[in-house]
Write a protein that binds this ligand. Structure first.
Ligand SMILES: [Fe+2]
Length: 306
């Protein structure tokens, strides 16, 4: 929908679950993030770039996504997107106003068709970029399991302006908001949950060194290293102490809007799932952990209580 305003970049994600903040040492000492701020039961972790946080941990009784965090390029675009969203039957979780969290800035929140909370923000505090080697610089992508594939894909395309980059058989769709091949992907599933969150390293050497850091700390990949065909990105998946699947990636395919045509990648040939054939297709155990735990998301009741 080229005539519609598009969501900006993926700034990060706040995860929630029981005793999440207790898992901070894993992210600081092994995964390569730094604690930027902690308050009100939320820990904000930064990467190498200028985002004040890319991954958050919130203590909660329920496992899932607290919110996915998107940028908008300016204040006017926030208003335009908000007007666009209001025309659709979308639940507005927070009207346009200032954010009173650690980041600040200005924006609004909505719920997607699976009741996931999406936060759109312009401005807010940034941090000084760092040059430390082999540390994640940003969230590359978030993959979501959905029991409403058609409706959810339509929402991300038509309400938020995402474009389809590719499909994996009839099971998965890769969606982009910028030049990265995908920043959101959807997987056909029995229930709504988070499939995995991917962290981007600046080079293939830093990707491999990050896997090495995990291995030296006794933490092996649950799948990988390998290299996906759709997106052409290397992957190494790990399971976090809270049971979420997290990924190291790098060198994500950059899309040329003038030339790119989405295609359907078959799942029949193992080489189409792993170019290098160093890991091959995921095991049943990997598929199970990627199915995740049902995430009820949010409802109008939460709006009244928040
Ligand atoms: Fe991924």
């Amino acid at each position: 929908m080229t005539n519609k305003i598009r969501v900006g970049g993926l700034r990060g994600i706040m995860m929630r679950g029981p005793n999440m903040i207790e898992t901070l040492p894993f992210y600081e000492q092994m995964w390569g993030l730094q604690l930027a701020h902690i308050d009100q039961g939320c820990a904000y972790l930064r990467g190498n770039a200028d985002e004040a946080f890319i991954y958050g941990l919130k203590d909660s009784s329920t496992y899932g996504i607290e919110y996915i965090h998107f940028s908008m390029p300016n204040k006017a675009s926030i208003y335009t997107l908000f007007e666009q969203v209001k025309k659709e039957s979308v639940v507005i979780f927070k009207n346009i106003s200032k954010f009173d969290d650690y980041i600040g800035g200005y924006g609004f929140e909505i719920l997607d068709p699976d009741n996931r909370r999406l936060r759109f923000r312009y401005g807010g505090s940034k941090v000084e970029p760092q040059s430390e080697w082999a540390k994640p610089k940003k969230i590359s992508h978030v993959v979501l399991n959905t029991p409403n594939m058609d409706k959810t894909q339509k929402f991300y395309e038509e309400v938020l302006g995402f474009r389809v980059s590719d499909y994996s058989a009839d099971q998965m769709v890769f969606l982009r908001s910028g030049s990265d091949h995908h920043s959101i992907a959807l997987v056909r599933a029995q229930y709504a949950s988070v499939n995995h969150v991917a962290f981007e390293l600046s080079s293939i050497n830093e990707f491999m060194r990050s896997i090495g850091r995990m291995k030296q700390n006794g933490h092996l990949p649950s799948w990988g290293p390998g290299r996906h065909r759709p997106g052409d990105n290397p992957f190494a998946y790990f399971i976090s102490p809270s049971g979420f699947v997290i990924e190291f990636t790098s060198e994500v395919l950059q899309i040329d809007e003038q030339k790119h045509e989405a295609k359907v990648w078959s799942r029949e040939k193992p080489e189409l799932m792993d170019t290098w054939m160093t890991s091959g297709p995921p095991t049943n155990a990997q598929r199970t952990v990627m199915a995740g735990r049902p995430d009820p998301g949010f409802s109008s009741l939460d709006i009244e209580n928040k």
